[in-house]
Design a protein around this ligand. Structure first.
Ligand SMILES: [Zn+2]
Length: 75
């Protein structure tokens, strides 16, 4: 399980979707794009160690799947 961080553009590659404060998680898998708020609230590394950003829905889903820790824990 990966750590999660309060969204911070410094983690993300300049010019990327994530660096602009938008959710990159749903940009990728698309399935929940309609319920995506687009606003990044969390920064995390995916299983390939790439930095991703997620909206509140993405955070909920990733925690549920055991991919990242709930925000604010394990600091
Ligand atoms: Zn999203």
């Amino acid at each position: 399980m990966n750590r999660s961080y309060t969204y911070d553009p410094k983690f993300h590659e300049p010019g990327s979707v994530a660096a602009e404060g938008l959710c990159s998680q749903h940009g990728r898998d698309g399935a929940d794009r309609e319920s995506c708020t687009r606003e990044a609230v969390v920064s995390f590394q995916d299983r390939h160690d790439r930095w991703q950003s997620g909206c509140s829905l993405a955070l909920e889903q990733l925690v549920e799947r055991g991919e990242i820790e709930p925000l604010g824990e394990g600091a």
